[in-house]
Design a protein around this ligand. Structure first.
Ligand code: TXA
Ligand code: MG
Length: 357
């Protein structure tokens, strides 16, 4: 593309009006879905709710449409996208399932799809290289969100959809959060309310091994190691290999607020600097945990008041992070969360949010 032409394109995409359409009433639902499908069919991008986070969707098999996702998110093209399927039976339209792992893939798909599990498999030729960042594999899932499902089934083809935020920023779990991220650069957001899980899907790859297949978790998420262990030997990808080409998007710094964030393992580690304002991201909001009373916090968000439940904390996590980021403090202090179940995924996101860029 010529330079001028490119500049004009950016200018045009930057100044569009971003509409939010509700989906609560049957009539609203239908017209919102129709509007989304019309745009997708015209090669445009649309933000849609999923059960994990909001996604920015485009026709996965149309490279020009997919290019608009990268443009809107300002996402580097080395970071591949997840392909969403209309139905789980459509898996072989975009991916090859090697015979050596076919039985375990079948079981995982039967158990977890539609749902928050993404499987990395060899790609079929119809998937544009832009989607997979030139890699021979494609990451695939099927969402169970009602609005997303209706849109993709009416559209009738796979949709590429990364989280609907600017690259590296906090993932959106509501239509308003998408608007805060991408206002003026995308035409439409369907409002399906708050996301059910609040954290991105678990991403796995599978290798044949005896006596059980090896399941490597490339990104922890709502489907936990415990959920997966009946299907094979489960390992979490180690920190060092996170920046390897195999997991290009799992960069060390990600999901990051603009405000610096620090995880404090012990409340006594907190030594405030004079004149600085601090916010607290608390897990249970209990005085006994030692953080709440430690300081006159300028803002506090409690992820799961009382006993502390990791799934509840997950739902609130990105919302709370976004609120604290907008609270005008100099630093966000975060309490660690027990690394069990979905708590593993919350701590993964928190650590990446805390990395100094
Ligand atoms: O829950 C989700 O997965 C959400 C919703 C919208 O579906 N999507 C999402 O997409 O989180 P995104 O683009 O924000 O994160 C996708 C991650 C990236 O870290 C990317 O590097 C990784 O998936 N990925 C994509 N294709 C891959 C592949 N072939 N091999 C390894 N990792 C891949
Ligand atoms: Mg993302």
């Amino acid at each position: 593309m010529q330079n001028d032409e490119w500049r004009m394109r950016v200018y045009l995409t930057r100044f569009m009006t971003t509409e939010i359409l509700p989906t609560d009433l049957p009539q609203e639902f239908k017209s919102a879905v129709d509007a989304a499908v019309r745009l997708l069919a015209a090669g445009e991008v649309v933000a849609l709710p999923t059960e994990t986070v909001y996604g920015l969707a485009a026709d996965a098999l149309n490279a020009e449409a997919v290019a608009k996702i990268f443009e809107a998110k300002e996402r580097p093209t080395f970071d591949p996208l997840i392909v969403h399927l209309p139905h789980k039976k459509d898996l072989d339209t975009v991916a090859e399932v090697p015979e050596t792992i076919a039985p375990v893939v079948k079981k995982l798909v039967e158990r977890f799809w539609p749902g928050p599990l993404t499987i990395v498999l060899p790609k079929k030729a119809c998937v544009p290289d832009l989607v997979t960042a030139g890699q021979p594999t494609v990451a695939v899932r099927a969402s169970k969100d009602l609005v997303f499902t209706r849109v993709i089934r009416t559209f009738g083809k796979p949709l590429a959809a990364p989280s609907a935020n600017r690259f590296g920023s906090i993932s959106p779990t509501s239509a308003n959060a998408v608007k805060a991220e991408l206002d003026g650069v995308i035409p439409l957001i369907l409002d399906g309310g708050a996301c059910h899980f609040g954290l991105e899907s678990t991403i796995i790859k599978i290798e044949p091994a005896a006596p059980k297949p090896l399941i490597t978790i490339l990104r922890p998420g709502p489907i936990t190691p415990d959920d997966l262990k009946v299907f094979g030997r489960v390992q979490l990808v180690n920190k060092k290999s996170r920046n390897a080409p195999e997991v290009p998007g799992q960069l060390e710094s990600h999901y990051a607020p603009r405000t610096p964030l620090r995880i404090l393992d012990r409340p006594s580690d907190f030594i405030p600097e004079a004149g600085k304002k601090y916010a607290l991201l608390s897990y249970r909001g209990e005085i006994a945990d030692g953080y709440l009373d430690r300081h006159e916090w300028s803002a506090v968000h409690v992820l799961s008041p009382g006993k502390g439940k990791a799934p509840e904390a997950a739902v609130r996590f990105f919302f709370a992070l976004r609120q604290l980021d907008n609270s005008g403090v100099d630093e966000i202090i975060a309490e660690p969360i027990p690394e069990r179940g979905i708590g593993i995924a919350i701590m993964d996101r928190l650590r990446r949010a805390a990395v100094v860029k």
